[in-house]
Design a binder for this molecule. Structure first.
Ligand code: KIV
Length: 292
């Protein structure tokens, strides 16, 4: 199968800062394999994140906690092979940056070698040493504040974060600290819109929101959520642009019923013999003593 090559230039990390400075909204989505990356890229998104949401969305886990470096690399490599024009980022999975700085650099470095242009990791003040170490190793880092799914157990569930004054101020300070440590952007997840707007106002780096209201520098949604590929009702910040699940179930059941009614495949969908071979085959009879 061939795909038209895109002649637009590759999106780079400095370009996100340019978009922010020009007040142009940044569009980011996730992808976990080559076909989803191609669709997102053909739609002209600015950034593709191979998120650790891979665990919930594709691998059938109930959280991101079981996702390993090996799983992330396998999917990042598939996305990278599609050669997206969009900026390609990879999520550091749980325990890939918690054990030691050396371990974190080696893990993040393997993402860069696999084609990512930067990594994202969760957490505020306590992540500053690892953020600095990665940036020292020439690995661009996007911070992630608010609802951080790898802290699921500590948070006691997926809940909107930083609603009270103390936590809101802590988040603002974390945003400034991550910026000072050198993060090129901040992902803000599951926080009140006014707080995300305030963070976006006080930091100079781009903010990308998910469940964080309209005033971030850009927005991210999981690819499967945008296209409605997952059954059931999602969180309220998700807007489905397609009922992909119902459409796909419909298409698959039409195909199944065509097979059962012998309507698939048609002659046009089959490879036919040349006339001479067809005649030969139709005249041919098995010898009487052929064993079956
Ligand atoms: O893993 C993920 O999909 C994320 C989202 C917040 C975009 O980090």
């Amino acid at each position: 199968m061939s795909h038209a090559s895109d002649s637009r230039p590759q999106v780079t990390i400095p370009e996100l800062a340019v978009l922010r400075s020009q007040n142009r909204k940044i569009v980011m989505t996730t992808a976990y394999d080559a076909p989803t990356a191609r669709i997102a890229d053909a739609a002209g998104v600015d950034a593709i994140l191979v998120g650790d949401s891979l665990g919930n969305v594709c691998l059938g886990f109930e959280s991101t906690l079981p996702v390993t470096m090996a799983m992330m690399l396998h999917h990042l490599e598939a996305v990278a092979r599609s050669r997206p024009r969009a900026l390609l980022l990879a999520d550091m999975p749980y325990l890939s940056y918690h054990l030691s700085l050396e371990d974190a650099i080696a893990n993040a470095g393997s993402f860069i070698r696999a084609g990512a242009q930067g990594v994202k990791l969760e957490g505020g003040a306590k992540r500053l040493p690892v953020v600095r170490a990665l940036i020292d190793a020439e690995i661009p880092v996007m911070g992630h504040l608010g609802l951080t799914p790898q802290s699921l157990n500590a948070m006691g569930g997926y809940r909107v974060q930083a609603k009270d004054g103390q936590h809101a101020l802590e988040l603002l300070e974390d945003a400034l600290r991550l910026q000072a440590a050198g993060c090129f952007g901040l992902l803000l997840e599951g926080i009140p819109a006014e707080l995300a707007a305030k963070v976006t106002q006080v930091v100079k780096i781009p903010t990308i929101g998910i469940g964080a209201g309209p005033d971030c520098s850009g927005q991210v949604l999981v690819f499967h959520d945008v296209l409605g590929l997952l059954p059931g009702v999602g969180p309220k910040f998700v807007r489905k642009y397609l009922d992909g699940y119902a459409l796909m179930v419909d298409a698959m059941s039409n195909w199944a019923s065509d097979i059962r009614s012998e309507g698939f495949p048609a002659t046009a969908e089959s490879y036919m013999l040349p006339e001479a071979t067809r005649k030969l085959l139709s005249a041919w009879q098995p010898p009487a003593d052929t064993e079956r």
